[in-house]
Design a protein around this ligand. Sequence first.
Ligand code: 8DG
Ligand code: MG
Length: 154
Amino acid sequence: MSTKLPVAASNQPVSNKSAPAAQSKVLVAVGVIENSRGEIFICRRGASQHQANKWEFPGGKVEAGENVAQALARELAEEAGIVVQACQPLMQIEHDYGDKHVTLAIRKVTAFSGEPRGLEGQPSRWVPISELSQYDFPAANSPIVDMLQTEAGN
Ligand SMILES: Nc1nc2c([nH]c(=O)n2[C@H]2C[C@H](O)[C@@H](COP(=O)(O)OP(=O)(O)OP(=O)(O)O)O2)c(=O)[nH]1
Ligand SMILES: [Mg+2]
């Protein structure tokens, strides 16, 4: 006796009708800037931005034709008014916010010129590493704060 197995309809066209709208996926260059007092520079996101009003490490989306280091240099010039002279990879985080999937490529800015400030009018401040966990960061940022605090022995 033979049992009939269902035939896979692999050669059938796939209907997209009931598929959910494609989720937006972005690669973001993120800069951890530390000063000689061991403080980290953070900014507050705007009320109309994704992850509104959360504190963040400055940075932004990598644009077509850019690598992460180039995007970071451009974003930190635009948002914080500094010139990045050197940076090194710290970690990479994938996070799904539901409405948006982000890949955060986090770089430690190891050399820069200028004094960071909120060049686009956003609130900004230098925060001791031990106090970073008191700030409301986007959910994706928890591993960054944990790592900085572990490194600093907090
Ligand atoms: N810059 C930055 N973005 C973060 C952090 N954590 C986090 O989840 N994100 C998310 C929020 C946003 O969905 C995305 C960054 O996008 P963005 O809006 O800042 O990008 P952008 O600077 O190019 O801004 P825009 O001109 O397109 O508005 O990454 C962080 O620490 N820094
Ligand atoms: Mg930004």
